[in-house]
Design a protein around this ligand. Structure first.
Ligand code: WT7
Length: 654
């Protein structure tokens, strides 16, 4: 089919059925409809209204439906900007995610079907997982780990990653997972920020047919990480690695450990994990989540939005290094006792149909991915999809950035075969769980994440703090919700300043959104100086600091430009130090330098050398102006600039 014809077909579909309604037959069988019937709620609007009128009662019921939380004196205690859920309950999320399944009939059910990049397969039952977690938890205790200690985990997508997380949580330690694609230096900063006592990593992993030498990166990071006392190394690839005094092989320290380990009962509001995310400054923020509320938030949203049932095979194709994986590969699915697929490698390795072969092979019934992945497959063409039988799929999902209608339609048509509704879930590391998202019963408008889920309240505010319709404004959340962050690790002022200062007692998401006449939300992108590259947050200033840390750079300004696959691509304008000659070699050197400082994902796609970057009189880089100039849009008011002549140079930059 020609490109034009294909595009026309998709557009016709879009025009014809602007609103996509699920079939009645499908609705009848959903978890949410069953719950509504039990509660005498007749439709979606009434569900939203009832849960909205009394959110505490709603969450109390959901906690009772899905968790073992009990003994709390209050459902919620709101002391802005801090919230506590299920106050007074003694609890541990591992009890719900793992321990109880060993006795509730799920013992032999598969928790994870793991496929390595070169085709190795491991299937772990809930009991297997339980034993592995207990052994590692005992080994951690032997190494002196106590409740509240921080443990940094630097592992790829292998079952040992959830095992390590659960082992920490089980004994009340706080895990901090760092995405294995982050560099040694990025890892070091995160280890040092939370003063980790233990690091858990592996020798290497497979990516695009090659071995990534993760141990080497960990070693480099740990050259300067004084709080780390012990390092646990899982053997994944068997490649040769350097060895230090603090290192222990995973298989050796768990070898003689008992297969049971008591799950520490802690306060429901004690921290479960710290996960770093980019903000508007060069330093990542340590988002903290607690055991109790987070468990109800993730399990409850997953149960309704993706409608998971006993025989489903769930595949959240994200990396556990991001919040998507924490909530919807590890905690949510395990609490629901679901079977999940986990894949180690690159989506197009060895060929662009790798994912579709996985869907076919394991009969995946619900698939959750990102617009950037969909656009990547779209670019390869549907021939790769059509080689496989995808009839097991019954529901699809999207996350990470607004999904453009073309990608939505392609996903709907080729992956969903026009039979699967698409759940476009808006949320953040901070929210812990989906916030604005359709339920499987919600009529869909491609490109809109639809409405806040039951129990959540969102609005779009103008600068004066009043709700507005049909215009872009600040996306805010009005009531606290169970998965709400408990704060930023050791940064209470930043917490206040980032989320709660602009509108009192109101959570500022940092996104621009529009609410339409039907109450549907259209998220447009970040409002602050944070970029969204392939569905991941990268702070402009983070990349700028990395560039400036290079000895030849004097100054740098980084902006995002629309990109066909990645959503946004990074463009850097660099001012070199006196006497340094700009050339292509230096471009490569700078790109690699950013890769070393942060990780490959943050490497600029283009680097332009300039003599100056537009700045205000107070010295603040005017990224808005640079971006406009770089993409050829009107630059607007530049009267506050100290150096207006620099704007023209941006346009001419080489
Ligand atoms: C930011 C959060 C939440 C897991 C993945 C990213 C953007 C996320 C959507 C969506 C439009 C979205 C927002 C948000 N975002 N999902 N469905 N539609 N935008 O987590 O790194 O914390 O980033 O991602 O800008 O603020 P994160």
């Amino acid at each position: 089919m020609t490109e034009e014809k294909k595009e026309m077909d998709l557009m016709v579909l879009l025009e014809e059925k602007r609103v996509f309604k699920p079939s009645e037959e499908f609705v009848k069988q959903t978890n949410v409809k069953k719950w509504m019937d039990e509660h005498n709620i007749k439709d979606y609007d009434e569900l939203l209204k009832k849960s909205g009128d009394n959110p505490e009662q709603f969450w109390d019921e959901r906690a009772k439906d899905l968790s073992s939380l009990n003994g709390y004196s209050k459902v919620m205690e709101w002391n802005p900007p801090y919230v506590k859920w299920f106050v007074g309950a003694k609890y541990n999320i591992v009890n719900d995610a793992l321990d109880r399944h060993v006795t509730d009939g799920k013992k032999d059910k598969i928790a994870y079907i793991f496929e390595g990049e070169h085709g190795d397969v491991r299937k772990l039952t809930y009991n297997d997982l339980y034993i592995e977690v207990n052994k590692l938890a005992n080994a951690l205790k032997n190494l002196g780990v106590k409740k509240g200690d921080r443990i940094s985990i630097y592992l790829p997508m292998i079952p040992e990653l959830p095992i390590a997380m659960l082992a920490c949580a089980k004994i009340g330690a706080i895990h901090s997972v760092v995405f294995s694609g982050f560099s040694a230096l990025a890892f070091r900063n995160r280890v040092n920020d939370c003063e980790s006592k233990i690091v858990i990593t592996c020798d290497g992993f497979y990516r695009k047919g090659k071995i990534v030498d993760l141990k080497k990166q960990a070693d480099e990071a740990l050259e300067n990480a004084p709080t780390v006392e012990n390092v646990i190394v899982y053997k994944r690839t068997g490649n040769e690695v350097g060895w230090n005094e603090k290192d222990h092989w995973w298989h050796e320290i768990v070898k003689d450990m008992p297969e049971t380990c008591e799950t520490e009962k802690i306060d429901a509001n004690d921290p479960l994990y710290i996960l770093y995310t980019s903000g508007t400054t060069g330093k990542p923020k340590g988002i903290m989540h607690a055991h109790g509320g987070y468990s109800v938030g993730t399990a409850s949203t997953l149960n309704w939005v993706f409608d998971l049932k006993e025989n489903d095979v769930w595949w959240c194709a994200a990396d556990i290094g991001w919040v998507t994986g924490h909530s919807y590969i590890v905690y949510g699915p395990l609490i629901l006792g679901v079977t999940s697929v986990m894949y180690e490698g690159a989506p197009d390795y060895p060929a662009p149909d790798r994912w579709w072969s996985i869907v076919e092979k394991y009969k995946v019934s619900v698939l959750y991915t990102s617009p950037t992945a969909i656009r990547l497959f779209m670019r390869h063409g549907e021939e790769w999809v059509e080689k496989h039988d995808l009839s097991s799929l019954r529901l699809l999902g999207s996350v990470g950035e607004p999904i453009n209608p073309e990608a939505w339609m392609w996903y709907y048509k080729y992956i969903g075969r026009e039979k699967c509704q698409i759940m476009d879930t808006w949320w953040q590391t901070e929210t812990g769980s989906f916030v604005i998202s359709p339920l499987p019963i919600t009529p869909l408008k491609p490109g809109s994440a639809t409405k806040p889920l039951p129990g959540f309240r969102a609005e779009v505010y103008n600068e004066g703090g009043n709700p507005i319709l049909n215009a872009g404004g600040n996306l805010v959340l009005l009531n606290p919700w169970p998965g709400m962050l408990r704060g930023l690790y050791k940064a209470p002022d930043k917490y206040m300043e980032t989320y709660w200062k602009k509108f009192p007692d109101t959570y500022l998401a940092g996104d621009v959104a529009r609410k339409d006449d039907d109450g549907y939300f259209w998220v447009q992108g970040r409002a602050d100086d944070v970029l969204n590259v392939s569905g991941h947050r990268i702070g402009n200033s983070e990349v700028e600091s990395a560039l400036v840390s290079h000895p030849k750079t004097a100054e740098a300004a980084v902006i995002g430009k629309p990109h066909k696959v990645k959503g946004e691509s990074l463009i850097a304008f660099v001012v070199l130090k006196e006497g340094i000659e700009p050339n292509d070699e230096l471009r490569i050197e700078l790109r690699d330098h950013v890769g070393k400082e942060i990780g490959k994902i943050a490497r600029p796609d283009e680097i332009w050398f300039v003599n100056d970057v537009p700045k205000t009189r107070s010295g603040k880089i005017m990224r808005r102006v640079i971006r406009a100039k770089a993409i050829g849009a009107p630059v607007g008011d530049i009267s506050t600039l100290a150096n207006p002549e620099s704007v023209e140079e941006i346009g001419r930059a080489k």
